[in-house]
Design a protein around this ligand. Sequence first.
Ligand code: AMP
Length: 399
Amino acid sequence: MKVLVINAGSSSLKYQLYNMTDESVLASGRVERIGMDSSIVTHEPAGKPEARDVSEILDHVTAVKRVIDMLIHPAHGVLSSMDEIDAVGHRIVHGGEAFKHSVIVTPEVKAEIKRLFDLAPLHNPAHMMGINAVDANMPGVPQVVVFDTAFHQTMPETSYLYPIPKVLYRRHKIRRYGFHGTSHSYVSEAAARYLNKPLESLKLVTCHIGNGASCAAIMDGKTLDTSMGMTPLEGLRMGTRSGDIDPAIVPFVMNKEELTLNEVNSMLNKHSGMQAISGLSSDMREVEEAMSEGDANAKLAFDMYVYRLKKYIGAYAAAMNGIDVLLFTAGVGENSATLRKAVCDGITFLGIELDDALNAERKKTARDISTPDSRVKVLVVPTNEELLIARDTYKLAMK
Ligand code: AMP
């Protein structure tokens, strides 16, 4: 059984082909600059050299066609024919309240994803183009959609409602949804397996810290709370996103600086966070490097980032009335020993004791970086959202 996983953006499409017998990746790649001249396909087949193709790809239908061409190419391919692909799984950013689990794509499911365009205008329409492109190229092949929001649909009202007039929730579904759900779900299950304990018996705070960053309080195997909200702007301080700010800043800045709604939205999403404070970069590696060379703004940006994360971990420990596992994942969480140390050394009162030597090790597998005496286990678990999408697709398509 072979499953193709697709993450379609408005001008890009990433893919991974899995052999579900052993969950190995047969090939992965990406199509960039869709709709522009000189689009680029980069294809990485397992055990063969990388292939690149530059040509004009005007739409997602052609992009998927090029992916299939690569997968069955005599030299770079890994399949003898397209018919070997049994199912396709898609990452979908927003599933609203309608989708609490992954589902097989049907006309009704497509209509519902369309109704959610309002909630994720930059993402869901692009995902829909990916689904339609697969329909056009591979008619009859089952497709499954896996939502970033689905895992957090277990949040109780106390976590997901905003204290604003309730009519806004009823009319426009303004509430907290949370994102990175596929990752929080994948790493929490992996942590339970690593610790050899049922997930339901653990209180975890999972920190998905990459370019975007969110943490989740996971109790009884379900999300109790998570830091992103109606959009991925809420919560932690991020690479270019502000995270939580006083909402009154928005009208104030619009008025004083004569900014439009779009401009202020762009300011908070693309020109804030670590980039704004460091004045340097949204990339944690560059901020850490500048900090080690004595750059005061880089240090301030790093300290603010860590401070917010510590506050959320503390808040979630309080919300769950305890914490058994603190988990780091994603680009920064998996790779930055400096960030993990700064966070953990500031919250020892919770029963967290980091082993500095284990923290400094570089490994690509799940690991415990706390001391044997640490009451709270501190884990680093590499995330793998594509694998979870492949697993859900396999499960649903095989039914
Ligand atoms: P992601 O969005 O999960 O791909 O994560 C991207 C972020 O991970 C970027 O801000 C990178 O700077 C950060 N990152 C990757 N490697 C490292 C590293 N060795 N140390 C610190 N940050 C890293």
